[in-house]
Design a binder for this molecule. Structure first.
Ligand SMILES: [Zn+2]
Length: 434
């Protein structure tokens, strides 16, 4: 599970101006006066107003464009499946694969060629959404060569890990026939958890360089927060995300003894200590509240349902169109394009439910952050910066369907309510310090 905090467009000037408007003086007498006038609704609106109409329009356009891109990706997978099954690409690849004597080798050749052709067919959309569109919205730091290099690395990883898991699944289909989907759910589950375990050690270092936090005041602040919340200091890293993107991010990754919190260098360079502390405390919330383990429980449930539905649809489709598509049975590797399409459709339509789970644990981590870091304004500034890529103020239904994290408006509002409830309490509601 990759948990990202990304950020934004607000200029430093705007931030400083907003800060002056909203900061609460440290003097206790002044706090008592401020308590009477601090209205979380007004404070939230003041934060939202720090986005200029142009910035808001750009943010909305980027995020709403993402809704359509999700649909276009599904449509493209449907077209790719049609090219394979109806235009005869699958039949042609099978003709090549059949020359190998061993069934596993035949399947491996088919899987390899499927991934390669699918990569080529989806490539134009990938260039647009991964390179040109990111540059259009000023979010990418990659040259075309750098972007292509990362894409090729992903292709190689897909070929290696995709081949292993698919070979195992098709072997299970041949062995246990109709009940294959139960076994396949288990195989996919073990494989994904294994991937999570090796991810921070072997996979993410292929793309970025990870190292312990740089010495300095910021490191001391972060490690103090970690110690106070039971997070081992050796489990906190920083990485050079600025190689690919301008986005601010942090994440919790790994499983078992590889679990760790990683902060990206954009966050460390571009944000105040208050902001970094609030992000760090959010990530610690995921860590301390065992969100990775909760996510794993959801994963096995989702996998079993997905494989059961895919099995049902696969059998129905093959019995009806199998001859036309040159698929003899479900254990025929020629069913792979259909398998991929059915999984794509399943995850497209179940996304609002998965988003709901994700948003729930993100809100939990948000409250953990507010309580642990006590930085409601640092938290609100970061939430506003996320408008770089996430629509700041969506409709209620829109947030439920499309948002895997709470919207900026929801986050700022929660932070301001927390602030209002703590202004007359003996806790540190500190002013933002740059
Ligand atoms: Zn999170």
């Amino acid at each position: 599970m990759k948990i990202l905090i990304l950020a934004g467009l607000i200029s430093l000037t705007t931030l400083t101006k907003a800060n002056n408007t909203l900061q609460v003086p440290l003097n206790k007498d002044t706090i008592a006066v401020k308590t009477e006038v601090f209205d979380p609704e007004i404070a939230t609106q003041k934060y939202l107003d720090t986005l200029t109409p142009e910035e808001k329009e750009k943010s909305d356009a980027y995020f709403e464009g993402g809704y359509w891109l999700m649909l276009w990706n599904v449509i493209l997978i449907i077209i790719i499946t049609w090219v394979f099954l109806s235009l005869g690409l699958s039949r042609w690849i099978k003709g090549i694969a059949i020359k190998a004597k061993n069934i596993n080798l035949q399947n491996l050749i088919y899987i390899f060629l499927y991934f390669l052709f699918a990569f080529l067919l989806i490539f134009p959309l990938n260039i647009y959404q991964g390179f040109f569109r990111e540059h259009q919205y000023n979010l990418s730091n990659l040259s075309f060569g750098g972007w292509l290099g990362d894409e090729l690395k992903i292709l190689v990883l897909t070929l290696i890990f995709g081949s292993i898991i698919l070979l195992a699944i098709y072997k299970v289909i041949r062995k246990v026939k109709q009940d294959w989907w139960i076994w396949a759910s288990g195989i996919a589950f073990v494989f994904i958890v294994f991937g999570m375990f090796i991810g921070p050690v072997f996979i993410t270092p292929i793309f970025n360089r990870y190292k312990p936090l740089e010495e300095g005041k910021l490191k001391n602040e972060i490690l103090s927060l970690a110690r106070a919340n039971g997070v081992p200091a050796e489990n906190v890293y920083q990485f050079d995300a600025s190689k690919q993107s301008k986005r601010i991010s942090a994440n919790v990754s790994g499983f078992g003894n590889t679990i760790r919190i990683s902060l990206n260098d954009n966050l460390l360079k571009r944000c105040s200590i208050s902001e970094v502390r609030s992000v760090m405390a959010h990530e610690m919330g995921h860590y301390v509240l065992n969100h990775i383990h909760k996510g794993i429980i959801l994963l096995i449930i989702v996998l079993v349902i997905a494989f059961a539905l895919v099995n049902w649809c696969l059998n129905k489709s093959i019995s009806r169109w199998g001859e036309k598509w040159n698929i003899n049975n479900i254990d025929d590797i020629g069913s792979l394009p259909l398998l991929v399409l059915l999984f794509t459709l399943f995850f497209y339509f179940s996304k609002p439910i998965i988003n709901n789970f994700s948003r729930t644990i993100e809100i939990e981590a948000d409250y953990f952050s507010l309580n642990a870091a006590q930085e409601p304004d640092g938290f609100a500034y970061i939430a506003m910066k996320l408008s770089e890529y996430r629509k700041i103020s969506p409709g209620h239904l829109e947030e439920i369907i499309f948002f895997d994290h709470p919207s900026g408006k929801t986050r700022v509002h929660n932070a301001m309510i927390w602030k209002a409830e703590h202004l007359n309490k003996p806790v540190n509601v500190k002013p933002q310090k740059e």
